[in-house]
Design a protein around this ligand. Structure first.
Ligand code: PHE
Length: 447
């Protein structure tokens, strides 16, 4: 059996875990969700959910992984032998596939847009033309397929190099670049006419928009953005050194993730307003509105290149963590070499990713429940699979895992005094399960 390896330095650990959480969720998904769902009111709900529900779940996931020292399925098996809880791990493996199937397609778009920006292909185009360009790109079929494929190969390449030499090393380069670029864009947006308007759009609250459905969306977004509910943090947890303070790590990572999401909004909306474009354009915000905005900005050529490069980096440091969930499972459960595990994962994702890319072609018959595959994968993972995975994880840790296993992990066997431990336990045992269940029931129309 190959050696498992692990994250070597503290900075490498933060970069890798930060790389997993900071992704398309922050830059592509969060700004439009906040924009559509009540601005600051949404952000407030989001922040509360992150602290009360998501941070405790992240601590739980790290603990399971570090105690189990294995892939997601076997970690559950090790901390709860001879039970059915390992199925929750399996659910995570399935969720990773589903996520990868649409995530790689969006990431592929970022590469197409990077190429077009580089060749100055957006020059002189307004939103309408950019929209037409995007439609013809998507409808061409082979172009999105090609970029999705390139992205998957790049992701698998990084994972192939291993935890330390691949994931940790590349995250250490890319994470600081991501933060620097976003900060740069944020400060640039200060100088724009629409700065005030953009900020007030994102930050002025509209509480009338907060419905149970929106709260569930905020919950789903929080899980998506913090890479929870599908085993990524369990898998990464198994590579964390015993001396690391898990609750501190989870809080730092979550805080960083929130800041990056809000910073993206603050970098994007002022630019949108300065150019007099409607801000609530949903998922298209980044791919239609922004190129149009960059077009009209001084230095827009470079900003556009930098921005889509940013999107690509954010995406790949996240997709590697999804692939690692699956390959570590295949590797350790079926005793195969890293290479084969990655090849199998890559081929399957290439297939499902292609289906989701092709399903976006107008009139495509690749639909499920009235949605194309792409939208279906996005919806089913964000709204159902991740919250379900998170729910089962807290029920497990709160009610079934031996309390001393959890305590030993959180305190690193007594190295740290975690004064808030009783609070964290209370949140895991009662608050999270109740809130997530209630939200599910209301989504299903039962209450
Ligand atoms: N957190 C990533 C993002 O924000 C997505 C992700 C989800 C990555 C689950 C890994 C696991 O884009």
């Amino acid at each position: 059996m190959e050696k498992r390896g692990g994250f070597k330095s503290k900075f490498g650990l933060i970069a890798a875990v930060g790389g997993s959480v900071v992704g398309l969720g922050n830059i592509w998904r969060f700004p439009y969700l906040a924009g559509e769902n009540g601005g600051a009111a949404f952000i407030l709900v989001y922040v509360i959910i992150c602290f009360l529900i998501s941070v405790p779940i992240m601590i739980s996931e790290f603990s399971i992984g570090r105690a189990g020292q294995s892939n997601v399925v076997n970690s559950f098996r090790k901390v709860a032998p001879k039970t059915k809880w390992e199925l929750v791990g399996l659910l995570g493996v399935v969720a990773s596939f589903v996520m990868l199937s649409f995530y790689c397609v969006v990431a592929g778009w970022s590469l197409e847009f990077l190429k077009t920006s580089f060749m100055n292909g957006f020059a002189g185009q307004g939103s309408e033309e950019i929209k037409e360009g995007l439609t013809s790109f998507v409808n061409s079929g082979w172009r999105p397929l090609m970029w999705t494929g390139i992205f998957i190969v790049a992701t698998c390449g990084v994972v192939f190099l291993g935890i330390e030499k691949g994931i940790e090393r590349y995250s250490k380069i890319m994470m600081p670049m991501i933060v620097l670029i976003l900060l740069g864009m944020f400060f640039y947006s200060f100088t724009m006419d629409g700065f005030k308007e953009g900020v007030s759009f994102l930050l002025s609250p509209d509480f009338s928009k907060i419905t149970p459905k929106v709260i569930l969306q905020a919950l789903g977004q929080s899980f998506f953005s913090l890479s929870l509910g599908m085993g990524a943090m369990i898998t990464y947890g198994s590579y964390i050194k015993k001396e690391t303070d898990l609750s501190k790590l989870a809080s730092t990572i979550s805080l960083t993730d929130m800041c990056v999401a809000i910073l993206s909004g603050l970098a994007i909306f002022p630019a949108v307003f300065s150019m007099g474009i409607s801000p609530t354009s949903g998922p298209d915000l980044v791919f239609i509105t922004l190129p149009g905005v960059f077009n009209q900005m001084p230095g827009g050529y470079f900003i556009s290149i930098i921005f889509f490069f940013l999107l690509f980096m954010a995406a790949i440091t996240s997709s590697v963590s999804m692939v690692e969930v699956v390959t570590s499972y295949l590797r350790e459960e079926f005793k195969i070499k890293r290479f084969w595990g990655i090849l199998i994962t890559g081929v399957v994702v290439l297939f499902t990713g292609s289906l989701s890319a092709l399903s976006q072609i107008e009139g495509s018959s690749l639909t499920l429940f009235g949605m194309n595959y792409f939208d279906f994968f996005d919806m089913i993972s964000g709204t159902y699979l991740l919250p379900l995975g998170g729910l089962l994880t807290v029920i497990f840790v709160g009610w079934f895992l031996k309390p001393e296993i959890f305590r030993n992990e959180v305190t690193s066997f007594g190295m740290y005094k975690v004064r808030l431990l009783p609070v964290v336990r209370f949140l895991i045992k009662f608050v999270s399960p109740v809130v997530i269940t209630l939200l599910f029931l209301s989504l299903l129309g039962i209450i």
